[in-house]
Design a protein around this ligand. Structure first.
Ligand SMILES: O=P(O)(O)OC[C@H]1O[C@@H](O)[C@H](O)[C@@H](O)[C@@H]1O
Length: 295
């Protein structure tokens, strides 16, 4: 097990290496998990070939930390400032029992201009198995007034071709369809296929979901803990050209499944704290919940 600090794309970063050979790369900038390779050396996260690094830009791919606001649902800027802040710092690292880094962000004059509340954020990334990684976000209200926020861990999962994937675990869940002005529907399908632009906020969604690639022999199991909601997003071919930092044709190579708290903002009393996390693991198709989901 090892944890080391270095530089990638001109930015300070932390490398986590598991004894199995699994690895992860976390930029200190934006506390951005940008690579997670399982022990077979296969990259599980998508990062755009056109991604921009640093300079106040959000990195297109990996796991942006959206805080204190999801999307443009509020007055604090799209997806908040945590995802493109250069003020994050390494709080601690450890190697036992697993490689882990904890990053921190504290309010300052610039954040208080954008969001007038004192706070402390802690974000940890732990490489806790040959085929698993876990992240956790803690928000502490260090001020004397109540603090409210919405948030998402905006994971871009790498997929060979998004038209071959199915998302399991959202059947019967009410979603707001952002492609239809937030119109509410209930998902009827057991398995969601990604056809065209998909941009949905699932409210009070179950903690477990799976991304199944019909051509693969394993699925990704996503477990969210403490996040009430989930977002599913792929830009689709028609609008992909509008994302300047997305490489040509690369809309096919990702699906975002985001653990989120959006429908009801989290509310922190003075000095209160809030923690939520997510865990990803590769699992055999035989462990999927429904027979129709097996290969
Ligand atoms: O281009 P951005 O700011 O990174 O946002 C990407 C997408 O993020 C998703 O979380 C939203 O649901 C989408 O509506 C949005 O387009």
């Amino acid at each position: 097990m090892s944890v080391s600090e270095g530089t990638q794309q001109g930015l300070p970063c932390v490398f986590l290496t598991h004894s199995s050979g699994a690895s992860a790369l976390v930029f200190v900038y934006a506390a951005h998990l940008a690579s997670w390779k399982t022990s077979d050396g296969v990259e599980q996260l998508f990062v755009s070939s056109g991604a921009e690094y640093g300079g106040g830009k959000a990195i297109r791919g990996g796991v942006p930390v959206c805080w204190p606001q999801f999307a443009d649902r509020g007055k604090y800027g799209k997806h908040g400032f945590a995802r493109n802040s250069d003020k994050w710092r390494v709080v601690r690292t450890s190697t036992e029992p697993y490689p882990c880094v904890v990053l921190g962000l504290t309010d300052d004059e610039a954040t208080r201009d954008a969001f007038p509340f004192p706070f402390e954020l802690r974000y940890s990334v732990t490489l806790d198995g040959p085929e698993s990684v876990s992240t956790s976000l803690t928000v502490i209200n260090t001020g004397d007034e109540p603090l409210e926020f919405t948030t998402a861990l905006h994971t871009y999962f790498r997929v060979p071709d998004v038209s071959n994937i199915q998302l399991l675990g959202l059947q019967g869940v009410t979603f707001e369809d952002s492609t239809k002005g937030g119109e509410k529907s209930v998902q009827e399908e057991e398995a969601l296929a990604i056809v065209g632009e998909v941009d949905r906020v699932y409210l009070d969604s179950p903690s477990e979901a799976f991304i199944l690639d019909k051509t693969g022999d394993k699925a990704i199991r996503i477990l969210k803990m403490g996040f009430a909601d989930a977002v599913v997003w792929n830009i689709g071919s028609e609008r992909a050209g509008g994302l300047k930092d997305l490489g040509a044709g690369e809309w096919k190579n990702y699906v975002c499944y985001e653990a989120a708290t959006i429908g009801k903002a989290a509310k922190l009393a003075p000095k209160g704290s809030w923690t939520a996390g997510q865990s990803f693991s590769k699992v055999p198709l035989s462990s999927l919940p429904k027979p129709s989901c097996s290969k």
